[in-house]
Design a protein around this ligand. Structure first.
Ligand code: NAD
Length: 437
């Protein structure tokens, strides 16, 4: 096993040396990280295919192009984001003439990033990019459940990034458990709430701040009188990408009975447009990550009437893109985050009942709505809470780098992307300058 103490000591020494603070160093690291992505596009897609049977276009989009977009946006705006923020004279009333004050971001030190398996490159290296942009050193622990991708990152990261400032420690529960005994200046964890609690407890020992990017059941409200064919296309694309193993995937639909009937027909057509008549033989469709997750998701298929799909093949870790109709709120599929290609439709009378249903449950990572009605959009925003709100196009909010990406309550704490990554990985220091004469 890696000597974790030695790795952490190197990262601490590098931070203390001051090497990571200048803007030029930060930009050089981001530029090198950009090259890691663009020069290893195929190797990244190969590893993701080995781990998750991830279709290549999905890998290029979510695991290469999106991180590159994030890095380019950061390189373009980093100077502005890091500029000191002066206070107005009004807030300095009563202090001696010539007094100035403001805030300035400073790096925290050494950051631990613990990543999951579902988007194992993006969810490892975008937080690393944010931590470096903010001037920190970083220890990355990729997920052991995506072993080819973990090994690839362990090989590539030291070739591209400053090896004194960024380290990759591979491993599973024993390694993570040991890592968590060390003192870090920030811990950034993406994964489930059970481990999130373990991380937060360990962090409390050292009073280390945490960002917890967790999951949950992200609902979709579909209003009556929407174009169900368009809704179904957008829903199916978001839900069945990566075989439903996306933290912000639409988890379930809330709609009235008439819309539900029309939507089921439209979803069948959307699934066929996306993956053909036999999704199992389509290059565009993924697989469940392992047998444990296969068994867990397959067991949820009994929670409603199968309206689309329903076929499974355990040896191939295949579960067809599936829509379950007439699902009741207390069935197993509605009790846990699905994290697989199963879309339950729960019938409600209308918006009031949908809002009550959502508010009876944990605050989700995302909430989606399809409606032409401005009042309905306004009510969904005003009368519910979620990490993000996506009206009209599920999952697109996470591609906008200036929007904070994160959860609330059970779906997480803290946020990142773009300027929000600088805020997550920095201390905002107050400064007051009073003249001596
Ligand atoms: P996972 O099993 O890969 O776990 C994540 C990390 O936790 C891994 O690095 C793993 O080694 C570590 N870990 C696992 N058990 C541990 C333990 N007992 N002690 C210490 N560390 C441990 O990922 P997962 O949790 O299966 O991922 C799926 C969940 O993550 C879903 O709930 C999903 O919604 C959520 N998720 C959230 C986001 C987000 O950005 N908010 C993104 C992706 C996934």
């Amino acid at each position: 096993m890696t000597d974790i103490s030695a790795v952490v000591d190197v990262l601490r020494d590098t931070f203390r040396s001051g090497r990571t603070r200048p803007l030029a160093w930060r930009k050089a690291q981001l530029t090198a990280l950009r090259a890691l992505f663009t020069e290893n596009r195929e190797a990244i897609a190969d590893a993701l295919h080995a781990d998750l049977h991830k279709p290549r276009p999905e890998s290029y989009g979510a695991e290469v192009d999106l991180p590159v977009l994030e890095i380019d946006h950061t390189l373009a705006h980093l100077d502005t984001w890091l500029a000191p923020q002066p206070l107005t004279a009004e807030s300095l009333a009563g202090l001696p003439d010539g007094t100035t004050a403001g805030t300035q971001y400073e790096p925290l030190g050494t950051v631990l990033v613990i990543a999951p398996w579902n988007y194992p490159v993006q969810l490892s290296l975008v937080p690393v990019a944010g931590a470096l942009a903010a001037g920190n050193t970083v220890l990355l622990k990729p997920s052991e459940l995506a072993p080819a991708t973990s090994a690839l990152m362990a090989r590539l990261v030291p070739r591209y990034l400053d090896p004194g400032a960024v380290a990759v420690v591979e491993g599973g529960v024993p390694e993570t458990t040991e890592l968590l005994t060390h003192r870090f200046d920030h811990i950034f964890y993406t994964g489930n709430g059970t481990v999130g609690r373990i991380v937060m407890r360990a962090a409390a020992e050292h009073l280390t701040p945490v960002t917890l990017e967790l999951g949950g059941k992200s609902p979709v409200f579909v209003d009556r009188d929407t174009d169900v064919s368009m809704v179904a296309d957008r829903l199916a694309d978001a839900k069945f990408r990566n075989a439903g193993q996306t933290c912000v995937a639409p988890d379930y639909v809330l709609t009235d009975p008439a819309t539900s009937a029309a939507l089921q027909v439209a979803l069948a057509a959307s699934v066929e447009r996306l993956f053909g008549a036999d999704p199992q033989s389509s290059d565009a469709y993924g697989r469940l990550v392992n047998q444990r997750h296969f068994d867990r998701v397959a067991a949820l298929l009994d929670s409603g009437e199968v309206a689309v799909g329903g076929r499974t093949d355990r040896d191939d870790l295949y579960i067809a893109p599936t829509v379950l109709a007439a699902v009741k709120g207390d069935t197993p599929v509605m009790r846990e985050e699905i994290f697989g290609p199963v879309l339950p439709i729960v019938e409600v009378a209308g918006l009031d009942e949908a809002i009550a249903f959502i508010n009876d449950r944990d605050k989700p990572l995302a909430l989606y709505g399809f409606t032409e009605n401005e009042t309905t959009r306004r009510r969904l925003a005003a009368e519910t809470s979620s990490g993000g709100l996506g009206l009209g196009l599920p999952m697109a909010h996470l591609r906008v780098p200036d929007l904070p990406f994160g959860g609330v309550g059970e779906s997480g704490t803290g946020a990142y992307h773009g300027p929000h990554s600088i805020a997550a990985f920095s201390h905002r220091r107050a400064r007051l300058d009073v003249p001596l004469s």
